[in-house]
Ligand binder design. Structure first.
Ligand code: ARG
Length: 276
């Protein structure tokens, strides 16, 4: 199969090392508090992800981890930014509430951002994705488990881009970023079964060229990927997903991230994109 060459765009990311990573509470079906995590291994794997992104030419900022906030490694949930405006997070579960402030402090000290504090529950890039070249700039937003639909309207008011609400229907795929990812500025990949029939129809209408994933891909956290438009970083377990993105003309870059899966996340959860 031939494709126009997929071109990467330099990105700026934010990550937080899993120094205090544990699974002491269970707020999604992947978390099992009876299985101990190896925090040292988690840090080692996380660091390889960080150096991989850096090696691809991207800028990676690092957020200081806070003791007592074990899920802070999932930095994608702390905010959602588009064109210099940051829509802050407000976590569904009290265990993660304080993470929002750590992210807010970051935006106050690094770069120049317009920060909008949220009124409604939303978990940042966990439930929001941005496609700058789709329909002039489109935001996709998930709801059903974490983010409130009211936050979708709030995000649209704050960010001035159309927000398309998509209902998630499978608790295993509780955040949008476990079921859908932007492959580049205009196209996505997703697992249809994670969405309501109506949301599937909306996605099929908006993205006729989407790369479709199956349940096994989603369960391997294959959709929880980070793409720069050419290089698609995804976890090693998602080898069938790697084949699918390769067939679509992208370059899969596998990284091992077994420990972070114990908290219910993978590559994308650990990486917030900053859009100045
Ligand atoms: N344990 C975390 C939670 O349940 C995992 C978050 C994963 N992050 C993501 N962007 N999907 O909130």
């Amino acid at each position: 199969m031939s494709h126009t060459e997929r071109l990467p765009r330099n990105r700026t990311y934010l990550m937080c090392p899993p120094e205090h990573f544990t699974v002491d509470y269970a707020i999604n079906p992947w978390m099992d508090t009876t299985v101990p995590v190896d925090a040292a291994l988690a840090v080692k794997q996380w660091d390889l992800l960080r150096t991989t992104l850096h090696g691809l030419g991207h800028t990676v900022h690092v957020l200081d981890p806070v003791p007592g906030l074990p899920d802070m490694v999932y930095a994608a949930n702390g905010a959602f930014s588009v064109d210099g405006t940051v829509y802050g997070a407000r976590f569904r579960h009290p265990q993660r509430a304080a993470e929002a402030l750590a992210h807010q402090d970051f935006y106050a000290t690094v770069g120049t951002w317009r920060f909008a504090g949220p009124e409604h529950v939303n978990e940042g890039e966990g439930d929001f994705a941005y496609l700058p070249a789709a329909y002039g700039g489109l935001i996709l937003a998930g709801y059903g488990y974490r983010t409130e639909p009211a936050a979708h309207a709030e995000a649209q008011e704050v960010l001035g881009r159309p927000v398309v609400s998509l209902r998630l229907i499978d608790p295993a795929f509780y955040h949008l970023d476990t079921a859908l990812a932007a492959l580049d500025d205009r196209n996505v990949t997703y697992y249809p079964g994670a969405f309501s029939p109506a949301a599937q129809r909306v996605l099929a209408q908006l993205f006729p060229d989407a790369v479709l994933a199956d349940r096994a891909d989603a369960e391997a956290f294959g959709l929880n990927l980070v793409s720069d438009g050419r290089n698609v970083i995804l976890n090693t377990e998602a080898s069938a997903m790697a084949d699918k993105v390769r067939a679509a003309g992208y370059v899969p870059v596998p990284v091992e991230l077994t420990e972070l899966k114990r908290g219910g996340g993978s590559v994308k959860c650990a990486v917030a994109e900053l859009r100045p």
